[in-house]
Design a protein around this ligand. Structure first.
Ligand code: C5P
Length: 217
């Protein structure tokens, strides 16, 4: 059976790490919807020079965002340019929640996401997958962890990638992004009524993956 698995939660809860592993184990495609919003943010910074709403809307108008699953992970292209690493910079992270709050941006990304999930056998992660993009998903999971732990994980990840980051700044940025994502008018970050809540603060990656696979059985 080709199921559809929706994983939502705040920044740094470990969604992409566990979603990727679970998808691999199930032989499913992993779809990172955050990367798509990051792609729009990247194009705005790159082509518009300003980040006003009008600039964001110009950037999204005829954007071509694609995700490709490869052995080394998801590759992201925007209008044919590989932006896999560029969409993770602090500059993109800084504006992405504002970009993702705009209706035309969401409409376009959600439409693409639904097409990608049409044939099933997908694990999709994001903020509104269980509530809005795929309300009929077979399995819905809402992953959380304390803000301290989520900041610690992001700090390690960014340090590994060679970015000079300050822990408190990172924690502030995560808290601010969560606030913007939870308080926006359209499809805010929230747990779907039928999603299983998993607090990963004290769980290992293996524990979380095992629990997700159990729910898929
Ligand atoms: O998952 P990631 O942290 O890369 O997502 C970046 C941003 O994209 C989030 O903070 C949120 O503003 C937005 N997003 C969204 N809906 C999704 C996925 C991401 O609004 N389904």
């Amino acid at each position: 059976m080709k199921r559809v698995i929706a994983i939502d939660g705040p920044a740094g809860a470990g969604k992409s790490t566990v979603a990727k592993i679970a998808a691999e184990k199930l032989g499913y495609t992993y779809i990172d919807t955050g990367a798509m919003y990051r792609g729009v943010a990247w194009k705005t910074l790159r082509e518009e020079g300003d980040t006003s709403d009008a600039a964001i809307l110009r950037a999204v108008r005829d954007i071509d965002v694609r995700l490709a699953c490869t052995e080394s992970g998801t590759r992201v292209t925007v209008d044919g340019t590989d932006v896999t690493s560029e969409i993770r910079t602090p500059e993109v992270t800084h504006i992405v929640s504002r970009v993702a709050a705009l209706a035309p941006v969401r409409e376009k990304m959600v439409e693409l996401q639904r097409v990608m999930a049409r044939d099933g056998a997908v694990v999709m992660d994001g903020r509104d997958i269980g509530t809005n993009v795929l309300p009929d998903a077979d399995v819905k999971i809402f992953l959380t962890a304390s803000v301290e732990e989520r900041a610690r994980r992001r700090y390690e990840e960014m340090k590994e990638k060679g970015y000079a980051v300050d822990f408190d700044e990172l924690k502030g940025e995560i808290a601010s992004r969560d606030k913007q994502d939870s308080e926006r008018a359209i499809s805010p970050l929230r747990r779907a009524d039928d999603a299983v809540l998993l607090d990963t603060t004290a769980l290992s990656i293996d524990d979380v993956v095992a629990r997700i696979l159990e729910l898929c059985e």
